[in-house]
Design a protein around this ligand. Structure first.
Ligand SMILES: [Zn+2]
Length: 645
């Protein structure tokens, strides 16, 4: 081994000594820090904070079929104060109390509170928020949020539904389509010290919110308003408990209107609409209050079942014609009742309808005829049709909480139960189930899914998704459906639905007067179901009036109202009347040109309308919209709809 020179050895020893001293010093230093400064360092780390602020997503709009906005989220602001950043507490309190119309002392107390972030007011108009921002005072934070607004107030309230302040749908379409409408909230992350002040030299981390998409529906606000107005008038006239009018396209299941009365204000959905309940509201416990609100929000066309009565004869007739157990010209004899298994079950006409053909039996809505048909079918076959028409299932409508039909177990169906089911008793179904089954019976045999949603759109109105709903074909044969259509047309031309007849249109339908349970209470539901044009139905209407006073026959209470509705909405939908040579001579068919009423006051519009009657919607000063448009030709006895705003 080579000898290391002496000078080099000395340097090596010195270097090693220096290193040892340094390492020792480091150990001492670390020990000192761990022992004596640990607490200080923990404090330092704790004092670095991330402040997270939510960037709220704008909830998507709900539109009607003509892109009229039914539900919209508008921008509102929330104002808060970051105490540590405030330089002049009194100036801040003065500005905020003035602009936000709040008590100065209360605001000052909040501003002086030593918290990171103190909320002052939410749902502030963006213009007011901008005025506050413009004042440029330190320590005021303005966040943007959204407020749901329903431009038509109570219109279609149980159907459209409403969303809560957290942008979560609570009832109606707002719930069903929540995943599309809601959007995704974003956030801003800011690194701050313990006082909530952003650390110098740090960046904000920003994740932008994604706005919700738009739901386009089949609702038509013109038809909906018209149906609602007629419904409310009828309920008032008949001092009835409640009612509904549904207008649907029976070929594809699109619902144009679902008017329910009483309704409630979607902009104020937690205020009870019942005067008696409102008077004692404060003394009610929260469970009773919630029950009352749920009752008010309830859509009984979908959520509740009832005994349909004679409208159900459409289903019995469809089954009987399909099974060939009846011929159109076959004669029956009604003596005012039929004895089934020793029980005398009465016809609604106590004196009896006498000799009648099957077609006349439908026109007369004769109970013994339909009891006979049900008995001929037998319980098992009758039930096969109840299943074909899916009364044991939900219709699949795009509103939650749907009920299904309530019926006996087939093994428990004796002759009496079967006979009474034949004319629509001993079975409870929803109005929507009835409508869907009736649609299948007359549309050629297609069981459609009733629905409102048609498309999901992006913010520019581009179609992202076209919503599709199941259709079951051949529930009844096309031939049977055609026969049934023409039989039901005679109900309007010659039978109990004659009050719905409109010159120039062919309409098929069926009236009903159902007795509510218990029958001893003598309470009724009057109803009327019809479709038009008979050979290619585009409109099916079902009207129900629950507990009318006085005359309660469906043909008297509902048929004339539905006529009034159809007279106005059929031309609106482009379904024009076709007159025979004879009909075109009739006075009600002579035409006038629609005058321009826009901008006029109500009294001016009345004068300008000449002979034509006006239907007034809205309560404003002047006509902002009218239907039909100026220059169109209408029958002298039809009405012009005007909107006042
Ligand atoms: Zn009879």
């Amino acid at each position: 081994m080579a000898r290391i020179p002496t000078g080099y050895r000395l340097r090596l020893v010195v270097t090693m000594l220096v290193c040892t001293v340094l390492i020792l010093a480091l150990i001492v230093r670390v020990g000192y820090i761990q022992l004596y400064r640990g607490e200080y360092l923990t404090d330092l780390a704790d004092n670095l904070h991330y402040r997270e602020r939510t960037l709220y997503a704008r909830r998507g709009d709900i539109l009607d079929r003509n892109n009229v906005v039914l539900s919209r989220s508008s921008s509102v602001c929330s104002i808060s104060v970051i105490h540590a950043q405030v330089e002049d507490t009194q100036a801040v309190a003065r500005l905020l109390s003035e602009k936000l119309e709040l008590n100065y002392d209360e605001v000052l107390a909040k501003v002086e509170k030593k918290v990171a972030l103190q909320n002052i007011k939410t749902r502030v108009d963006p213009e007011v928020a901008e005025e506050i921002r413009a004042a440029g005072l330190a320590g005021i934070q303005i966040d943007e949020n959204f407020k749901r607004y329903y431009p038509f107030g109570s219109l279609a309230s149980q159907t459209i539904g409403f969303a809560g302040s957290d942008s979560q749908g609570i009832i109606g379409l707002e719930v069903t389509y929540n995943p599309y409408l809601q959007g995704i909230n974003g956030s801003i992350l800011t690194l701050t010290n313990a006082k909530g002040i952003r650390l110098e030299g740090t960046e904000e981390l920003r994740a932008e919110a994604t706005a919700g998409n738009t739901l386009k529906t089949s609702l038509d606000i013109v038809i909906q308003q018209y149906a609602q107005q007629l419904l409310e008038r009828t309920i008032q006239q008949k001092n009835a408990k409640r009612g509904a009018i549904i207008v649907m396209n029976p070929d594809n299941g699109e619902i144009y209107a679902m008017a329910i009365a009483p309704d409630f204000d979607l902009n104020d959905p937690f205020t009870i609409n019942d005067e008696a309940l409102a008077a004692q509201w404060e003394s009610m416990d929260s469970t009773s209050q919630m029950n009352a609100l749920n009752q008010m929000w309830r859509n009984f066309c979908i959520n509740d079942t009832y005994e349909p009565g004679s409208t159900f004869k459409i289903i019995t007739a469809a089954a009987a014609l399909s099974e060939n157990v009846v011929q159109l010209e076959e004669t029956f004899s009604c003596g005012g009742a039929l004895t089934v298994a020793d029980r005398r079950i009465r016809c609604h006409k106590t004196g009896g309808h006498g000799m009648e053909t099957f077609v006349q039996g439908v026109q007369n809505s004769c109970n013994p005829v339909f009891m006979t048909l049900a008995l001929r079918l037998g319980a098992e076959t009758f039930y096969e049709y109840l299943q074909e028409f899916q009364f044991d299932k939900k219709t699949g409508i795009d509103i939650s909480g749907e009920a299904v039909g309530i019926m006996y177990d087939v093994a428990d169906v004796g002759p009496v139960e079967l006979a009474t089911m034949g004319f629509g008793q001993s079975i409870a179904i929803t109005p929507m189930q009835l409508m869907r089954a009736a649609a299948a019976a007359v549309n050629g045999g297609k069981l459609i899914t009733p629905h409102f949603g048609t498309q999901i759109l992006d913010h520019e109105g581009n179609v992202l998704t076209t919503l599709e709903f199941p259709v079951t074909e051949n529930v009844v044969d096309a031939e049977v459906s055609q026969t049934l259509r023409s039989v039901l047309e005679t109900v309007i031309t010659e039978g109990g639905g004659s009050k719905a007849a409109i010159t120039g249109y062919d309409i098929g339908g069926k009236t009903a007067t159902s007795q509510k349970l218990p029958r001893s209470a003598k309470k009724y539901i009057s109803s009327f179901l019809c479709f038009t044009p008979v050979e290619d139905a585009q409109i099916m209407t079902l009207m129900l009036i629950d507990e009318p006073e006085g005359i309660y026959y469906g043909g008297t209470v509902c048929a004339p109202v539905v006529k009034e509705l159809l007279e106005n909405i059929l031309p609106y939908l482009g379904i024009q009347p076709e007159y025979t040579a004879e009909e075109s001579q009739l006075p009600e068919v002579s035409q006038i040109e629609v005058p321009d009423l826009l901008g006029m006051s109500l009294s001016e519009a009345k004068r300008a309308a000449g002979g034509a009657a006006l239907d007034v919607l809205g309560t404003g000063e002047q006509v902002v919209e009218q239907f039909p448009s100026p220059g169109e030709m209408i029958n002298t006895d039809s009405k012009i709809i005007v909107y006042l705003d």
